[in-house]
Ligand binder design. Structure first.
Ligand code: C5P
Length: 323
């Protein structure tokens, strides 16, 4: 049967009507399993200090957005994990999606193999969590497809061994993430109307997260106050203050990567009122209250050669849709 990832390219949510849409993730059709992996932005990223294990203690508020990769899983008779990717350089066993499948096979002694087709749309090494989201999508999809027993907490523990952001992507939506990022508290807050549209700008460079953390001086640490303030505001239905959208990594990234500083200035010049770095960058996001102002900025910046994505916040219902 000729199923492929392209079957999922017609989104079933209408972006232009969406305020905060609820998206499905896993779909099982006969002997094929499709799953979407959504990108995230960091509304805050408070780095509180360096830990003895080399990681940094964080408080970060993340939100999934409707930019997504698509994965298509089929059974492989050879009892191995294979991966092919629309970006061929990512189609190898080091890919976090392949490692996620391998981890589940080992943990549950599964002899069956799987072939992962990964249709990549989320920019790579961009601060949008694409690789982590792909891994979480594989864990969720295979848990259902192979009818594995793990509870969400066990799946979260397995996810955390793959990367600090992976547990967040199991539930997605809006969440406060603490520890090294793996302690996830989902938030049932309302998304502010004035931030309905999120324009993402990806400068034409890639940044390795580890290097950004390594270069972070203690003077850029924060006490977690901005994450607390932002969560409180959203939970009370208030728009957070601009200073609540704090990212401890942003100052250093803007200083070391002039392309990112220039892109931030250009976004502001194009009409954005708030521009922040997502994660360790280089992607910047800017909220807009309406589609026309977001589109205007997008077109102006595209004409200058920038890579942009017009998105909105998305909650993931996680439902299994058997067709
Ligand atoms: O957990 P993950 O492998 O995604 O992290 C990538 C790198 O980012 C780590 O190797 C570490 O250098 C840095 N990091 C950190 N503190 C965190 C998360 C990541 O220092 N809380």
């Amino acid at each position: 049967m000729g199923y492929s990832c392209s079957m999922l390219d017609n989104p079933d949510e209408s972006m232009h009507n969406a305020f905060m849409s609820h998206a499905w993730r896993v779909q099982i059709l006969d002997n094929v399993c499709f799953v979407r992996a959504y990108a995230k932005i960091n509304l805050t990223l408070d780095v509180k200090g360096r830990r003895a294990d080399g990681y940094h203690e964080l408080a970060t508020v993340m939100q999934t957005v409707d930019l997504h990769d698509t994965l298509c899983l089929t059974s492989a008779g050879d009892g191995r994990v294979g991966i092919v990717c629309t970006r061929p350089e990512l189609g190898n066993e080091e890919n976090l999606a392949a490692r996620a499948a391998q981890l589940l096979r080992e943990r549950f002694s599964i002899s069956q193999g799987v072939l992962i087709e990964l249709r990549k749309r989320i920019p790579v090494a961009a601060g949008l969590g694409g690789g982590s989201s792909d891994a979480a999508a594989v864990l969720l999809a295979l848990q259902r497809w192979w009818r594995l027993p793990p509870s969400l907490s066990e799946l979260q523990a397995l996810a955390a061994t793959l990367g600090s952001d992976v547990p967040f992507f199991l539930t997605g939506g809006l969440a406060l993430c603490e520890g090294r990022g793996e302690r996830v508290t989902p938030l049932a807050a309302l998304w502010p109307q004035s931030m309905r549209w999120l324009l993402l700008l990806k400068p034409a460079i890639s940044i390795a997260t580890a290097r950004v953390f390594q270069a972070l001086p203690a003077s850029d640490y924060s006490d977690g106050g901005s994450s607390r303030e932002l969560v409180e505001a959203l939970q009370e239905g208030r728009l957070p203050q601009p200073e609540d959208f704090h990212n401890s990594l942003e100052r250093g990234v803007l200083e070391r990567y002039p392309e990112v500083a220039r892109a931030k200035a250009d976004l502001l010049q194009a009409g954005a009122s708030l521009v922040r770095l997502s994660g360790s960058g280089p992607t910047l996001y800017a909220p807009f209250p309406n589609l026309s102002s977001a589109t205007r900025a997008q077109e102006q910046l595209q004409a200058s050669g920038y890579e942009l994505y017009l998105t909105h916040a998305v909650y993931l219902d996680g439902e299994d849709r058997n067709v």
